[in-house]
Each structure stands twice: as C-alpha cells, then as structure tokens.
Design a protein around this ligand. Structure first.
Ligand SMILES: C=C(O[C@@H]1C=C(C(=O)O)C=C[C@H]1O)C(=O)O
Length: 97
C-alpha cells in the first residue's frame, strides 16, 4: 500500500518531519552547550568513547524502527561533528570569561 499519491504529498510529509527533527535538534543543542559549560578541559570536548556509544545507540534504534543503520550512523557522525564545533565555541567563550 503506497504512502503517497504525488511528489507534493511526499515533500509535504518530509517538510512536516523536518520541522519535528529540527525542534529536537535545537533541544539537543541546548544540552551539548551545557556539556561545553561543564567540561573542565578543552581536550574533554571530543570524547571519542562517548561518540562511539552515541553512534552505536543510533544504529540499534534505527534497526528497531526499520531504518538502515548505515543512514543513521552517517547522519549521527555528521551531526556530532557539527555539535562538537558548537560545543568548542561554547567552551572557548567560557574560557575567555
Ligand atoms: C555532548 C558531548 O560532547 C560531544 C558531543 C557529543 C554528541 O553530540 O552526542 C558526544 C560526545 C562529545 O564529543 C558529550 O561528551 O557527551
């Protein structure tokens, strides 16, 4: 049973889901900023074991929801890279006083 009858319908649904994803990404970003505020040393900003744990969680959740885990992993690695850049800025602003 197809989900959509037209490309307009496909894109309306993608846009609807992107609004939710972006709202959740913004909320996620507030906690990444908190990490930048709480970490004592700049070398703590990139925590490789934690990154691998987040990616493994994303792959497992993707499988549960019927998403290709490779898509989840690529998306999460790109997202975490961008959040780390943001966290680094927060850390440097804090360190500058
Ligand atoms: C938020 C953290 O900082 C970084 C960002 C992460 C993320 O976006 O999930 C994970 C690991 C960190 O390198 C953290 O250490 O938990």
């Amino acid at each position: 049973m197809p989900l959509c009858q037209s490309m307009d319908e496909v894109r309306a649904n993608i846009d609807r889901l992107d609004r939710e994803i972006l709202r959740l990404m913004a909320e996620r970003g507030t906690y990444v900023a908190e990490a930048g505020r709480l970490k004592p040393k700049v070398t703590d900003v990139v925590d490789q074991p934690r990154i691998e744990q987040v990616v493994a969680n994303a792959r497992a959740l993707a499988e549960q929801h019927g998403l290709d885990p490779a898509v989840a992993e690529a998306t999460y690695r790109a997202m975490i890279d961008a959040f780390i850049a943001m966290e680094h800025k927060v850390f440097m602003a804090k360190a500058a006083g």
